[in-house]
Design a protein around this ligand. Structure first.
Ligand code: AKB
Length: 319
């Protein structure tokens, strides 16, 4: 019987991860924690500011935690507005957890990296696992530094840390908070609420994306893989679907023919242009049989099905 702690359980990925892990194990075994209160009362939730090393240690000890999923971070667009603060937070929370691994207090850690580790000189199409990495955002720099540090802790202190480079994640339960790929979630809400969306990325900006069920699958699969199968000590490339705002709008129009989109690129355009268009995830496939399930149309249909319920709209989603 292992005990799991999710740090950042109220965030976009944390919310879905919490549900899935509690289904897989039990409510009692999966402790939720966040700096924000949960939306629904949760008897197994604790307030946690993960930048506070003493507080993280205390919770890990009090609840005899074996595994930590560290999902708290300041994302790319928000990080550009407060560079030093974001660097401090993103690195501090990681070190607080890595140190507990080094001391043997926790046995396994999941820490997410991102496609933001790549930069303007990285080959943009089918970006390989090992390539030029010259991120030019605070978030990307912190993720690349994080990747180097998790490898260091693995090699020098035998800390078992697992990581994947998440692309933009699309989901309906919780909104993303301050990323460059957030348009791909906002668009669904606005399509259903107003029938119109103004994209902050230009129409032909292609980015790697993934539907939440695939992201959760990747996260849990890498955590459960036999250690001898993992040949990458930093973070694995994982791929889902790559599309542009225009292609996504067309896929939505199949179900909502009156939906309109226009484009007003802002500062996030430059961030998006420094990131890959698509990702080569051969190594994740080879090592732990990773393969995404959802294509663009399946994702759009599922998103609209769930969100139309939330907005009490009756949609006939048979295309
Ligand atoms: C962001 O846009 O900052 C994130 C990411 C790609 O890591 N969604």
């Amino acid at each position: 019987m292992k005990n799991i702690l999710i740090i950042g359980s109220n965030g976009q990925i944390g919310t879905d991860l919490l549900t899935k892990l509690r289904e897989k194990y039990s409510h009692k075994q999966v402790l939720a924690s966040d700096i924000r209160p949960p939306q629904k009362t949760d008897s197994n939730f604790v307030y946690l500011d993960a930048t506070d090393a003493t507080a993280v240690r205390q919770i890990v000890k009090d609840h005899q935690i074996d595994e930590v999923y560290l999902m708290a971070a300041i994302l790319s667009a928000n990080a550009e507005k407060m560079p030093m603060k974001s660097w401090d937070i993103n690195m501090q929370v990681l070190f607080n957890v890595l140190e507990l691994g080094k001391e043997g207090l926790i046995k396994k850690i999941f820490w997410p990296s991102s496609i933001a580790v790549f930069g303007p000189h990285t080959p943009r199409v089918q970006t390989p696992q090992y390539t030029i990495m010259d991120p030019n955002t605070v978030y990307g720099i912190s993720k690349l530094a994080g990747e180097r540090w998790i490898e260091y802790y693995k090699n020098h202190y035998q800390v078992d840390v697992r990581s994947v480079r998440y692309p933009g994640i699309i989901s309906w339960k919780t909104l993303p908070g301050g990323g460059t790929t957030d348009y791909a979630v906002e668009i669904f809400h606005e399509a259903l609420k107003k029938g119109h969306y103004t994209s902050f990325l230009a129409e032909n900006t292609r980015l790697p994306m993934m539907y939440m069920p695939d992201a959760i699958e990747a996260t849990i699969n890498i955590m459960e893989a036999e250690p001898q199968r993992l040949h990458i000590d930093s973070a694995y490339n994982i791929a889902g679907i790559s599309f542009t705002p225009k292609e996504l709008a067309h896929a939505i129009q199949v179900y909502l023919p009156d939906f309109k989109i226009d484009y007003k690129p802002d500062f996030r355009q430059a961030i998006a242009e420094s990131w890959p268009e698509s990702i080569d995830d051969t190594m994740a496939f080879k090592d732990w049989h990773w393969q995404h399930q959802y294509d663009l149309d399946e994702m759009v249909k599922d998103m609209l099905e769930h969100l139309s319920e939330q907005y009490h709209k009756n949609l006939n989603l048979v295309s």
